[in-house]
Design a protein around this ligand. Structure first.
Ligand code: C2E
Ligand code: CA
Ligand code: CA
Length: 749
């Protein structure tokens, strides 16, 4: 009011050209301030305004000085305020501000005063501010709100802005005051707290807050869910109230000590829920310290890890135990062996490692099915375990192989007694479902530290001993000996030499005649492989076929044998019509040989000029029994090409005539061990007869092997065997020699 009046009076005095600029406006505002405050000067000013312009200039200068002084005082006041401060005219012109406001706006006072908010801020924001300014002026009441504004550095700041109209002493409105406080940090903290509170309420992780003495102050909903307790249940008590008893006093003491020392603890605890169930928790405890270093309290985070623990446990069991029998597996066995070795060293005593391999398990598995096979293994595991002490370890190495660690051995005879007991128990009949099954086992014994001192070597020597037991006829145990060790080394050397031999073709074939039992004429011959060893001389197949099979060399060797045999078959077919040459084919060849390889054989046979029906291949029952070989398909291929099939060594294996019926077989070769006992063993004679009758019924012809005496020959003749082979007639001989006999026989007899 005053300054409009002043303005009018000034304009009258100064003339119409007078247009008040920003500094004038400011001046006027200050004057009006001053005017209202300094009542006693009123007359002076009114008088002054009535004087001429010179006097007015003088007065102006005077007032100006006073005003400057006033303003300086005001500024020093306002600048000491850490908040933003400004004053605006009702029209929105800045009248003054403090340095904090200058800093925030990023302009000096001279570029603020007399300007409008539109000159400082983007239009939209300025419009918003103008609206609120107007509303405050209109309402005449102070107003506070938060405004987000960019500071000169481009950072968004949250300003809590208080606006208030300000009045002259007479109650007239002079303008608007603004006080702004930067509350960005406070907002941020509040936001964080709000989030933290949200997390506390909604997280799946349990949280507990305790005071410095671990008395519980609060528990979040997840914590209640995990423990089963409500806040009322737990308040004022300590987390040890959850103890399941699996941790002792010392555990908690050490936990508290750690927290006291480093302010932090984490680990796993077995706790009891409110409903009594024991569960595993993963726990982290953080100590909350005051600034002065005293303890404010603790926060505990925890989650239920029972399921994870159970899963871990299962994984551990699967990694270390055999799921079928529940016995430790190979991995676990190694660990136990390491452990027992250390124990034995400490106690200065021996221990024994037994390797137990079930005999003919594969046949049972293949004929009776895997389920019965599994049952048998479980029962075998049970029987073996029953023969040992608590402190001994029984493990399953896989398949039908078991091991036993016998600890604290003082007497080797004790080991043998247990071994025999295991063998006896395994030889007892197994009642599996509807079937009664008989198995036996071969067992190898090795002693620590006498035979070997390393885990690996112990296993190896037990294995070698076990193989000796197998070779000696199964259902027995055998000790590891130094001789076995040497044999193992020999074996390695022989493998190397065998490779060389295959490469250099250091082999030749012998042929053993097979005669017609009735006429005594040579109708066939079996090709038998010989190795011309550069140092050892002629090596019989028993000493290298198994190695050739293990190393896969048998494939190349077998191909050579077949090719060589067809060559002779072709020649002899012209000498003795219908003459047959048989070759032994290893089960390994059946496994590796595919249809394409068989086609090559057949092609070679034709190329050699061997007529259809002149070749026979001898296979063992095992080939027919193994489920993993498509034996039927292979046999079909051979028979389609006119190659006949003989079952070799009948009577030593599973010996099921019924099984043979499923395949197209031409000959059955009764094994020599069987043949050789018929003269002495009446029972075998009868059995032999029965086999012949049955074989004939199935359309097979019978060849008796290993006939050495006339008596055996007579018996076989009586039993109805079709053919015979053995030293009685001829040893295996070189092909040239056989050919001479054939020609001589053909021309001679
Ligand atoms: P096998 O197929 O049972 O061959 C018969 C074996 O009995 C031959 O031994 C033969 O010399 C021997 N024998 C023949 N008549 C009598 C006899 O009256 N009394 C006695 N005690 N033994 C007799 P050999 O030649 O040492 O062959 C041994 C085994 O080696 C063969 O047994 C056969 O399984 C295998 N074999 C031989 N040649 C080959 C071959 O080319 N390939 C394959 N995969 N295996 C072969
Ligand atoms: Ca044979
Ligand atoms: Ca045989």
């Amino acid at each position: 009011m005053h300054h409009r009046l002043l303005q009018r009076q000034l304009r009258r005095t100064l003339g119409a050209e007078f247009v008040p600029d920003a500094s004038w406006t400011q001046f006027l505002a200050l004057i009006s301030d001053y005017y209202t405050e300094v009542d006693r000067d009123r007359n002076l000013i009114e008088n002054a305004l009535a004087v001429n312009s010179e006097e007015l200039e003088e007065l102006y200068a005077q007032l100006r000085r006073r005003a400057d002084a006033e303003q300086a005082l005001l500024r020093s006041f306002t600048n000491s305020i850490p908040d933003l401060f400004f004053a605006k005219s009702p029209e929105g012109l800045y009248l003054g501000c403090n340095s904090e406001f200058e800093r925030f706006v990023g302009r000096p006072e001279t570029e603020i005063i007399g300007y409008r908010v539109h000159d400082l801020l983007p239009a939209a924001q300025a419009a918003d501010i103008t609206t609120i300014d107007q509303a405050v002026l209109a309402s005449g009441r102070p107003h506070s709100r938060e405004e987000w504004q960019k500071d000169p550095a481009g950072q968004m700041r949250c300003i809590e802005m208080l606006r208030a109209p300000y009045y002259g002493a007479d109650g007239t409105l002079i303008g608007l005051l603004g006080i702004g406080r930067d509350v960005t940090e406070r907002r941020r903290l509040e936001e964080q707290n709000r989030l933290a509170a949200q997390v506390y309420r909604h997280t799946g992780e349990g949280m507990l807050v305790t005071d410095a003495e671990f008395r519980i102050l609060d528990i979040n909903p997840a914590g209640m869910r995990i423990t089963g307790y409500s806040l009322e249940d737990v308040r004022g008590r300590t987390p040890e109230m959850f103890n399941s008893g699996r941790q002792d006093r010392a555990f908690y003491d050490s936990m508290r000590r750690t927290i006291a020392e480093i302010g932090y603890w984490n680990g796993e605890i077995w706790d009891r829920r409110q409903d009594g169930e024991v569960h595993a928790k993963s726990v982290v405890v953080n100590r909350l310290d005051e600034e002065d270093g005293s303890v404010h309290g603790h926060v505990m985070f925890f989650s239920d890890i029972t399921q994870k623990k159970q899963a871990d446990d299962l994984i551990w069991r699967q990694a270390n135990f055999d799921m079928l029998t529940g016995l430790p597996n190979r991995r676990m066995l190694r660990e136990r062996l390491e452990h027992e070795i250390r124990q034995a060293d400490r106690a200065r005593c021996s221990m024994a490692l037994l390797l137990i391999d079930l005999d003919h398990f594969k046949e049972i598995n293949d004929t009776l099915g895997h389920l019965i096979g599994d049952d048998l293994l479980v029962e075998a595991a049970r029987r073996i375990s029953a023969c040992t002490r608590e402190t001994d370890t029984v493990a399953r190495l896989g398949g039908d192989e078991f091991t036993t660690i016998l600890t604290r051995i003082n007497d080797a005879r004790h080991v043998e007694a247990i071994s025999q007991k295991i063998l006896d128990r395994l030889a007892e009949p197994f009642q599996l479902g509807d079937s009664v099954v008989y198995v036996s086992a071969s067992l190898g014994i090795t002693l620590y530290p006498q035979d070997a001192t390393e885990v690996e070597d112990l296993l190896k020597s037990a294995d070698q001993a076990m193989y000796v037991a197998k070779r000696q006829g199964r259902n027995r145990f055998s000790h590891f000996t130094q001789g076995l060790q040497t044999a193992a080394q020999d074996r390695l050397r022989t493998i190397g030499e065998l490779r060389e031999a295959v490469w250099q073709k250091q082999f030749h074939l012998h042929f053993q005649p097979i005669v017609d039992t009735v006429s005594g004429q040579i109708r066939k011959a079996e090709a038998l492989l010989r190795w011309d060893h550069p140092v050892r001389g002629v090596v019989p197949p028993a000493e290298f076929i198994a190695l050739a099979e293990e190393t896969g060399l048998i494939a190349q060797l077998g191909d050579w044998v077949f090719r060589e045999a067809t060559r002779w078959a072709a020649r002899w077919a012209t000498v003795v019509p219908g003459f047959q040459v048989s070759v032994n084919v290893s089960p390994v060849q059946f496994r590796t040989e595919d249809a394409a390889a068989r086609a090559v054989w057949i092609e070679q046979m034709c190329a050699a000029g061997a007529p259809a029906g002149s070749m026979v291949i001898e296979i063992t029952e095992g080939v027919l029994l193994s489920a993993d070989m498509d034996a039927a398909a292979a046999l079909r291929d051979f028979r389609a090409a006119g190659i006949q099939i003989a079952i070799d060594d009948f009577g030593t294996g599973y010996s099921s005539l019924g099984y043979l019926n499923r395949f197209d077989i031409d000959f059955l070769k009764i094994d020599k061990s069987f043949v050789q006992s018929i003269a002495t063993d009446a029972g075998n004679g009868a059995l032999c007869e029965a086999i012949v009758v049955m074989a004939h019924k199935l359309g097979l012809r019978v060849i008796a092997e290993g006939v050495e005496t006339q008596e055996q020959a007579d018996r076989l003749l009586r039993a109805g065997s079709d053919f015979a082979q053995g030293y009685l007639y001829s040893r295996p001989i070189p092909p040239e020699q056989l050919e001479a006999i054939l020609r001589h026989g053909a021309h001679g007899r």
